[in-house]
Design a protein around this ligand. Structure first.
Ligand code: GLN
Length: 460
């Protein structure tokens, strides 16, 4: 259901009936393991508030789900980790507050790769989430749970975070719209930090207009997050005609699944029929994007994770006698293997002997990548390519080989490193019935423009 259909249903029945139905659907779909907790008590109370007129707004009574790395009331905020298993948020994330201020109702917290480290939701300390279209396949990640509840129709929209593709790739794997906003467009206050220079907040929805509507609500300057940009997001009713669109050929090589390429080409044809011009463009630095990302991101995340030491937050190891043992055991028990791998890589690339060779080099290469994007956007309005090189892979298929897993991020990390907005829209399914997503990427702060184009292409 779309948001407007849900609003109509609330009018015809009640917010309580709609929220109860969402909670029922969440229970019926438990086998997907998309949700780590339900916030039923608080949700029903807020639904009654809507029905009695105490709570109002553009989303009054509309249920939604947040990824469990957002601080929210009504259930613990675990980041799918053991270290925060019983952590109760003292405040709510700004994005959640903004939705609640419009009357939306959070019904539960979605599964993710622990601390958002991953691309399949298999790194959750509480077990993986299954794909909405094939239970033997991954949901994608790290916001896998948010994508799956949206795809299954449990809620009309969900929030996620995207550091290197974590909204776009699961959106693509589950046939929904997924939005990575411009860096700084949405406040990250109250969201568990992964990599501070690429983390962004965004949403999942079943259609472009709904995603745009939610983005409009959650964007904006926040005094609690000094990286937020002055308000810039303004919905465009109509898309510009005759746009110049660049098809990133580095994302369309023979290594990419043929059916994925086919769907992207079909979308390109539709763009052309709609009067836009599409040309192949090249982004040579994309080849280095993964190498850059997997140096800079571990460096930042290992710094961000240093606060989980067993003293200040969450779980503390029992039966220890020294401080070093307390830190060591707590962190050993509280983090999953992938968290530890990244903490080690991050500490290594930041260490005094290697800082210049890795971290500094990666930052320089990142600037070259950003320059390439800027150059392309002097000529092109929007870039297009696949969201991921394959449809959803099998559960367990890539878990033994981290590099293979990381390769799946190849098309999403370049825009993350450059801070650019990008959205994944459904582009049909392969022969096996698995969804495939197309990615539209734009220059900094072009979020509304990308939505306008995507809206104009929907159902074409
Ligand atoms: N899959 C990417 C990674 O593992 C992206 C994660 C994210 O965006 N949170 O880093």
């Amino acid at each position: 259901m779309t948001i407007s259909e849900v609003l109509t249903k609330i009018k015809d029945t009640s917010a309580r009936a709609v929220v109860e139905n969402s909670l029922k659907l969440a229970k019926e779909n438990e086998e997907y393991h998309a949700l780590l907790s339900l916030t039923a008590e608080r949700a029903l109370k807020r639904a009654d508030g809507v029905d009695s007129g105490k709570i109002s707004g553009k989303l009054a009574g509309v249920p939604f789900v947040v990824k469990d790395n957002f601080l929210a009331f009504g259930a613990p905020t675990t980041a799918a980790s053991k270290i925060l298993e019983n952590f109760n948020a003292p405040l709510q994330a700004t994005a959640v507050e903004k939705l609640e201020a419009e009357g939306a109702i959070c019904i539960g917290k979605a599964n993710l790769d622990a601390f958002a480290h991953g691309g399949s939701t298999e790194n959750s300390a509480f077990g993986p989430t299954s794909n909405a279209f094939d239970k033997t396949r991954v949901a994608g990640g790290s916001s896998g749970g948010s994508a799956v509840v949206t795809a299954l129709g449990v809620v009309p929209f969900a929030l996620g975070s995207d550091t290197g593709g974590s909204i776009r790739q699961p959106a693509s794997f589950n046939g929904v719209v997924g939005v990575k906003t411009s860096y700084g467009a949405v406040s990250r206050y109250g969201v568990v930090a992964m990599a501070s220079s690429t983390d962004v907040i965004g949403c999942f929805a079943t259609n472009v207009s709904d995603a745009e509507f939610i983005t409009e609500i959650i964007t904006g300057r926040d005094k609690n997050d000094m990286t937020t940009l002055p308000d810039f997001f303004e919905v465009q009713a109509n898309s510009k005609t005759n746009q110049k669109i660049g098809l990133v050929k580095d994302f369309m090589t023979n290594d990419v699944d043929p059916e994925v390429r086919e769907k992207v080409n079909e979308y390109v044809e539709k763009l052309k029929s709609a009067g836009h011009s599409v040309e192949e463009v090249s982004l040579p630095m994309a080849e280095y994007a993964l190498a850059i990302y997997y140096i800079i991101v571990p460096a930042e995340l290992c710094s961000n994770l240093a606060r989980y030491d067993g003293i200040r937050y969450g779980r503390r190891a029992e039966g220890v006698t020294t401080l070093a043992e307390l830190y060591g055991k707590t962190r050993d028990q509280g983090f999953v293997t992938e968290n530890k791998r990244r903490i080690m890589i991050g500490s290594y690339v930041l260490s005094s002997g290697f800082f210049d060779a890795y971290y500094l080099q990666a930052q320089k290469a990142r600037t070259l990548l950003i320059d390439e994007f800027n150059k392309l956007f002097e000529t092109y309005d929007i870039l297009i390519g696949p969201t991921a090189p394959t449809p959803a892979f099998k559960l367990g298929e890539n878990t033994a080989e981290p590099i293979k897993m990381y390769l799946n991020d190849i098309m999403t990390v370049p825009t993350s490193l450059a801070g650019l907005p990008a959205i994944s829209v459904p582009a049909g399914k392969n022969q096996a019935g698995l969804p495939i997503g197309v990615q539209l990427m734009g220059p900094m702060k072009s979020d509304a423009k990308i939505f306008a184009l995507a809206k104009s292409m929907e159902n074409k």
